[in-house]
Design a protein around this ligand. Structure first.
Ligand code: NAP
Ligand code: G4F
Length: 346
């Protein structure tokens, strides 16, 4: 049985990847940050008590800011594959928390590379996937592919570029099997609620059911190449199954503006968004990434990977999920329960 170790397992992609690998028969180990509240909600459907003989998912407390702890997890789990998905992944927040973002996203990756270097040096074999981002392209004109020079526009983007080049360097210097996936935006009903797609579907669904009046939002003109997260984790896995390590862009090849996403989501909800949406400067970034459009022909050719979920189906899936959530919220509210919503600045 193959074993995988996932950092960032509690996030959107981590949860999809864990499901995908469990379905393939892997034993899956995940790094979970200690928090004062439960942060494993996205894993609820696959989590089994580790005392049960059939358990295939094991969680370990850790943090990519703590290299020693990560080394111990590596020694304990002894994985065949590592997926480094851990990140402070919010671009706007990275302007507020630049040093922290660099420590987790750039130096955190370096800590994992150092651990892997020693682990392989001691005679073990392991393959590493690094979660790179289209934010690394930033201001580079579209379409962007593996040959496009990076021009990051945020502390997050700069940190991902550093992580990317650390990975390339360790691959070349120590002959490690490391793949950089350069993934364009991918969404799902599990997307964090402060990313624009989920922020929109969550708010429109609540507006439709009379639970809120307004949605305050930032730049409507930015364009993104949005795919479905469930499709993208397959590409991560495929990279690590190749005979040689390489870097790949993963994208749909279709770009839409935030306004187009909003219009389509509102149409699915059956509401007139112009009556409910207002722009607020606080959601604009000091430097914006205006236009992302990925050219994933290398992934199609070499990995045989293709996105399955269309833009329209993605928006519909997210809207339907959030309408159901809003309906549950309304039922609770009507029964006199207070429904707590997170405090968000992003
Ligand atoms: P996400 O939902 O924000 O999840 C991030 C994960 O990283 C969470 O499990 C989080 O734990 C964990 N994490 C944060 N700081 C950590 C630390 N110091 N040590 C250990 N774990 C830490 O992000 P995602 O959308 O799943 O993305 C996964 C990865 O792909 C990230 O590296 C992201 O930057 C990258 N990426 C995402 C996209 C996209 O469109 N989704 C595109 C390109 C690249 P908590 O649950 O405790 O917060
Ligand atoms: O949904 P977003 O916050 O995602 P962003 O910045 O593209 O980053 C996401 O995708 C990257 C891949 O390219 C990942 F690496 C990264 O970890 C993350 O998953 O913003 C998308 C666009 C931006 O142009 C932003 O300015 O939406 C615009 N936007 C407009 N109003 C907003 C809002 N973004 C957010 N978060 N909140 C708003 O109110």
């Amino acid at each position: 049985m193959k074993k995988a170790l996932i950092s960032g397992i509690t996030g959107q992609d981590g949860s999809f990847l864990a499901e995908f690998l469990l379905a393939k028969g892997y034993e899956v180990h995940g790094v979970v940050r200690r928090a004062s509240t439960f942060n494993t909600e996205r894993l609820d459907s696959i989590y089994a008590d580790p005392h049960e003989k059939s358990a295939k998912l094991f969680l370990h407390y850790g943090d990519v800011a703590d290299g020693g702890g990560f080394r111990r997890i590596l020694e304990k789990a002894r994985p065949d594959e590592i997926y480094n998905l851990a990140a402070q992944s919010h671009v706007r927040v990275s302007f507020d928390q630049a040093e922290y973002t660099a420590d987790v996203v750039a130096t955190g990756t370096l800590r994992i590379l150092e651990a892997v270097r020693d682990y392989v040096g001691a005679g073990n074999t392991v393959r590493l996937y690094q979660a790179g981002s289209s934010e690394m392209f930033g201001a580079a004109p579209p379409p962007q592919n593996e040959a496009t020079p990076f021009y990051p526009r945020s502390p997050y983007g700069v940190s991902k570029v550093a992580a990317h080049w650390y990975c390339v360097n360790y691959r070349e210097a120590y002959s490690l099997f490391i793949c950089n996936g350069i993934l364009f935006n991918h969404e799902s009903p599990r997307r964090g609620e402060t990313f624009v797609t989920r922020k929109i579907t969550r708010a429109l669904a609540r507006i439709k059911l009379g639970l809120q009046e307004k949605l305050y939002i930032g730049n409507l003109d930015a364009r993104r190449d949005w795919g479905y997260a469930g499709d993208y984790v397959e590409a991560m896995w495929l990279m690590l199954q190749q005979p040689a390590a390489d870097d790949y862009v993963v994208a749909t090849g279709e770009s839409h503006s935030v306004r187009e996403f909003l219009e389509l989501a509102a149409a699915h909800c059956g509401i007139d968004w112009t009556r409910h949406v207002e722009t607020d400067r606080r959601y604009f970034r000091p430097t914006e990434v205006d236009f992302l459009l990925g050219d994933a022909s290398k992934a199609r050719r070499q990995l045989g990977w293709e996105p399955r979920v269309s833009f329209d189906d993605l928006v519909r899936m997210m809207v339907e999920h959030d309408l159901e959530l809003a309906s549950q919220e309304r039922t609770l509210a009507e029964a006199g329960h207070t429904v707590h919503r997170g405090a968000s600045q992003a």
